[in-house]
Design a protein around this ligand. Structure first.
Ligand code: GDP
Ligand code: MG
Length: 160
């Protein structure tokens, strides 16, 4: 049960941190479900009354570059059952090819774009990001400083 929500993004962008932050704030029941892909973690969290089944794609992404090493097909598989996608981008790094490919995938889903690490010196061109993501909502966060999480929760709630 729960709305299938997949967190995607380059390694180190803060996917696991975001999952933990959302789970902690909501006092979630935490369940680690070992699946076919090692280390994929599901956590059930309640965001403003909306039950989410958050899926951290850590295990898949440990290959460093899912798009290049496992192919676009694998990404589609990871996303195929998602009702909602959270695409994380790193505010402190320039947009890379992998980010662009993930944006392309994300545009085929109900996606919220999360630009994380806003506490660090900015290197991401937000205007470029906005032009690439089209109508998708964009939220800026600093998960470690607990900034933007309310706005993200509101954006999630607005979707349902
Ligand atoms: P993942 O590989 O995408 O799951 O990324 P992690 O959640 O493991 O985070 C990678 C590193 O980035 C960790 O050291 C986090 O503490 C750090 N991190 C996560 N969010 C933020 C943030 O908003 N700001 C800063 N400065 N560091 C962050
Ligand atoms: Mg992780």
């Amino acid at each position: 049960e729960g709305i299938g929500t997949v967190i995607i993004g380059r390694p180190n962008v803060g996917k696991s941190s975001l999952l933990n932050a959302l789970a902690h704030e909501n006092r979630a029941i935490v369940t680690d479900i070992p699946g076919t892909t090692r280390d994929v973690i599901e956590e059930f969290v309640n965001v403003r009354g909306i039950p989410l089944r958050l899926v951290d794609t850590a295990g898949i992404r440990e290959t460093e570059d899912i798009v290049e090493k496992l192919g676009v097909e694998r990404s589609h598989q990871a996303l195929s059952r998602a009702d909602l996608v959270l695409l994380l981008l790193n505010h402190s790094e320039e947009l890379g090819d992998e980010d662009r490919k993930l944006v392309e995938l994300a545009r085929q889903h109900s996606t919220i774009v999360v630009v994380n690490k806003t506490d660090l010196a900015p290197r991401l061109d937000l205007e470029e990001v906005r032009s690439l993501i089209g109508d998708l909502p964009l939220i800026t966060t600093s998960v470690t400083e607990e900034k933007g999480l309310d706005a993200l929760e509101q954006a999630i709630a607005d979707r349902f």
